[in-house]
Design a protein around this ligand. Sequence first.
Ligand SMILES: *Cc1c(COP(=O)(O)O)cnc(C)c1O
Length: 438
Amino acid sequence: MQPHAVECLERSLKTEVTELAIVGAEPVFRDVVHVGRPNIGDRQRLWQRINDLLDRRWLTNNGQYVQEFERQVAERVGVRHCVAVSNGTLALEIAIRALGLSGEVIVPSFTFVATVHALQWQGITPVFCDVNPSTHRMDFRRVEERITSRTTGILGVHLWGGACSIDELTEIAHRRKLTLLFDAAPAFGSSYKGRMIGNFGQAEIFSFHATKFVNALEGGAVVTNDDELATRMRFIRNLGFRDIDDVVCVGTNAKMNEVSAAMGLTGLESMDDFIAINYRHYQHYRRELADIPGITLLPFSDQEQCNYQYIVVEVDQSRAGLSRNDLVRILNAENVRTRRYFFPGCHRMVPYRELYPEAGRFLPETERLTECVMCLPTGSTLRSEDIAAICQIMRLAVAHAADLGAVLSKNCVDVRLHLMEEASVPTLVEPHGQNELL
Ligand SMILES: *Cc1c(COP(=O)(O)O)cnc(C)c1O
């Protein structure tokens, strides 16, 4: 494991509201704590592989490590084919093209924008479907009302690394004769009803981006049990080349390079350790957050394998007394960079908000979630005492929500003075310099 990149100040947990950084006190973390930092794995093994590929002078074009990476991913998933590519977005684009999707495709708006861009990029209209509020994943009961004569497919997303309603979507796709593709970018290593994600629909895609728990620096893959589809995707990935001088279709350059594959292989070797760390962090958060009113941790199923790479909480302002945005600001002041995934929702981003200005009418749950969901830090560089410190800040903030809420809109100096007066502590606060307020 790497040396820890974050260090909690050597002091006990904050216990008073006046100790919060949002009101001018020192942040609990000296260095910034990110929502996730890349997992590296065994550096020695990585350097060996990189030296080896340099010695062999084979840097890309279906090299030995790419082939080995494809074999290992396919084996772990239990799928016939893995086509490794340079990132998850291209994996989506290639699968969409190879499957011949056109017209309209049903997709959630509550997802990373890459899912939707991959459709729009190819002139396909994304038709947004609302999500189930308890899972945050596409609500299969809302899918059929979005189908029109132009619909050719459904693009489900295994958000947060957990499966969407695969059985129900499979049934709808079959009955309505639609193509079913899954964006499983965050779901490598997770299962659905005991079977690994990657085996469902016509194809599924994974991302091995640096922010995913197994990474290839940048990387992605399409997995499928369809031989013919796999062959077509291999051509498309390599500019349509079937053989030297033999181009059989229009294609792009989406090849994974050997250094990425070396990184991916190194990550795969430590994958079980990464999952164990994520799981420990998830359980720790679960215990710490259980007693904070209005803060709900999104649960993962105990019945399935899961990579636990996201710590997702919903903030219920009516019970917490603070909004999600308030908590983001409070934690940000402590140098904790939480993320408002997936704010503001794809349908409110350019170009979709101009192209489909009415989309929000169909997305009440999506609109609600984009206002109350946030992701908390996890991963191999985070220590359990960091989690305790983060949760204590949240606990303190919620306990003093009335004070903080009343003053969050004012500037930091005022807030601290106000709170100190309330606590009848002598007001010894130095006003901040002009620069700090800019
Ligand atoms: C990470 C991610 C992608 C994009 O993968 P890249 O490798 O970054 O291109 C697509 N969809 C979802 C849901 C993701 O989480």
